[in-house]
Design a protein around this ligand. Structure first.
Ligand code: F6P
Length: 324
């Protein structure tokens, strides 16, 4: 490894589910890295690329005109095998062979678990939160969350139009894994009548009762936003139709939420975080995940971030009923 403080070889990868804004984050790491005099290498397809030795030397040109692109130019993957020591040893050996001094890993909780494991093996890593789920502690927002939120809001506004025309109730399933932030903030933005998340579970009898009242008041539509992995929404829509008399249709938004050009907010967040990763490396600080809290860049050890509870959007959830 190079003497810290001199010219370093920095690798960057994206891992786990892709998120809009990963490209601006890669660009920021590459440009800030090169501007600090370092060499930067892109790793293809997340931790899989480390294991396969799939590195590409990055130049300013390799990251030109990617700010506005969804997905990730480096590719991404999920690699459960990275839990195995022998697999990680292969990854570290490949990095050492190329003389890589430090890795910047952009992704969600799975990516951070891999980064923590590499840190424990003595390899310097910095984490950047990139996931639409907003389910990581140590940051107010993750890169990709705002773009996905806007995609959902756009879809629900459209669903409201058709629901109203047909006097229907629209049940919309959002992503987020176990985190309800996308559902709550989209519901708030669209004036959803009901929001169901892991923290605010489905209470069918109350939901059906409220829908009956809603319909009897002459309302032509209702929007129910529900986080994924709670129930089969198509079955629930049928049950609602049967028991409430309000014809219900389910829409699973799915992977459309992960695509698209990042919003300005995500591009700026990604730029700040990527540049901050290089600042930390220049200061010799690694083994940490970057976050933005109260508009300021911060960093915390991976171990801490992974053991903390991600604060929920309870206040926003309560706001929904206040504004109804
Ligand atoms: O973590 C991002 C996410 O899109 C989650 O919201 C979702 O549960 C999961 O990834 C889907 O994973 P996969 O792309 O492996 O199907």
């Amino acid at each position: 490894m190079a003497i810290w403080g001199g010219i370093l070889k920095i690798a960057v990868l994206t891992s786990g589910g892709d998120a809009p804004g990963m490209n601006p984050a890669i660009r920021a790491v590459v440009r800030a890295g090169l501007n600090s005099g370092h060499e930067v290498y892109g790793v293809m397809d997340g931790y899989q690329g480390l294991v396969n030795g799939n590195f590409e030397k990055m130049t300013r040109k390799s990251v030109s005109e990617i700010l506005q692109k969804g997905g990730t130019i480096l590719g991404t993957a999920r690699l459960p095998e990275f839990k195995e020591l022998s697999v990680r040893e292969q990854a570290v050996s490949n990095m050492k062979k190329l003389g890589i001094d430090c890795l910047v890993a952009i992704g969600g909780d799975g990516t951070y678990r891999g980064a923590q494991a590499l840190t424990e093996m003595g390899f310097p890593v910095i984490g950047i939160p990139g996931t639409i789920d907003n389910d990581l502690a140590g940051t107010d927002y993750t890169i990709g969350f705002h773009t996905a939120l806007n995609t959902i809001v756009d879809a629900i506004d459209k669903l409201r139009d058709t629901a109203s025309s047909h006097q229907r109730c629209s049940l919309v399933e959002t992503m987020g894994r176990d985190c309800g932030d996308l559902a709550v903030m989209a519901g708030l933005s669209c004036g959803a009548e009901f929001i169901i998340t892991k923290d605010h579970p489905l209470d069918k009898p109350t939901l059906i009762e409220k829908l009956k009242v809603h319909k009897s008041e002459g309302r032509r539509n209702a929007i129910i936003v529900i986080t994924e992995n709670i129930t089969n929404v198509h079955d629930l829509a049928e049950e609602i139709t049967e028991k409430s008399g309000f014809a219900c249709r389910a829409t699973v938004l799915g992977y459309v939420q992960r695509g698209g050009s990042p919003t300005a907010q995500d591009r700026i967040l990604a730029g700040r975080m990527g540049a901050y990763a290089i600042d930390l490396i220049n200061r010799g600080i690694t083994g940490v995940a970057i976050g933005e809290m109260n508009s300021k860049m911060i960093y915390l050890p991976f171990k801490e971030v992974l053991s903390m509870n991600n604060e929920s959007t309870e206040e926003l959830y309560q706001l929904v009923s206040k504004l109804q």
